[in-house]
Design a protein around this ligand. Structure first.
Ligand SMILES: [Zn+2]
Length: 255
């Protein structure tokens, strides 16, 4: 965890300090080594939130885009179950940053526990995820029915799409600055929004990463990429005489 309570105040880990877990109240130790990110760990091996995963740089960098008072917010369900949300925005949306593998069952429980929520998924954990995703995107024609440039695909279209199939919340895939050979797509600053639909389909829409952050910070719209304007079919110019024949005849004047 990034935060623990030290004399009742939320603090980041500093060497030699002991704190208390803000969720279960048990003692925590500051871990400030050089290998892992500075964090707090329970003194006992018990992990109070079974959903918690060790944080990666990717995790921490994402979390730090948001105010500290939005980070690591604990939630208690009516049955007493407690979990720590990575970020909870001012409007109440929970953001879960997911690096590790997750079973469909666990994903389902989190989606049921947090409402509303979105996922931001580290797409770089497995190398083959990017290659199969990129291949699918670049070999399939973009869809004509999405508002901005996007694809409607089978929810088994690529490995990472298939692993998250059945999800009910918006999911943003973060492939970092991986390149996609699409002339209209910027080389950096893109996330891939996945919206799973009924009947085994998914809508895949590239969006500007900064617009997603801004949206979560202040509610401004998420920006995708405009489709090109359809080119009107060119009329074949008629030769002069044919054009003359095509002209509506002048009416005879009536008296
Ligand atoms: Zn705890």
């Amino acid at each position: 965890m990034k935060f623990a309570l030290v004399e009742g105040i939320r603090q980041e880990a500093t060497t030699g300090v002991r704190g208390a877990c803000p969720v279960c109240g048990s003692p925590t130790l500051a871990k400030c080594g050089i290998k892992r990110l500075h964090h707090w760990a329970h003194v006992s091996t018990a992990v109070c939130d079974r959903w918690w995963e060790p944080e990666t740089e990717w995790h921490r960098a994402w979390k730090n885009l948001f105010p500290t008072e939005w980070q690591e917010i604990h939630h208690r369900a009516l049955d007493g179950e407690v979990h720590i949300a990575d970020v909870k925005t001012a409007s109440g949306t929970v953001i879960e940053f997911q690096h590790s593998a997750i079973t469909p069952q666990e994903r389902g429980s989190r989606e049921a526990f947090y409402d509303p929520m979105i996922w931001i998924v580290d797409g770089t954990r497995l190398k083959r995820d990017l290659s199969s995703f990129r291949e699918e995107i670049t070999t399939c024609a973009p869809s004509a029915v999405t508002k901005t440039r996007g694809w409607v695909l089978s929810d088994r279209a690529s490995a990472i799409i298939e692993r998250w199939r059945g999800g009910s919340r918006p999911l943003f895939l973060d492939f970092g600055d991986a390149e996609f050979p699409l002339s209209w797509l910027p080389a950096t600053g893109v996330l891939w929004l996945l919206h799973y639909l009924p009947r085994q389909r998914v809508v895949v829409t590239p969006v500007l990463r900064q617009s997603v952050v801004d949206h979560l910070l202040s509610g401004t719209p998420i920006q995708g990429f405009a489709r090109p304007m359809p080119i009107p079919p060119r009329r074949s110019p008629l030769p002069g005489f044919q054009a003359h024949l095509m002209r509506p005849r002048a009416r005879r004047p009536r008296f």
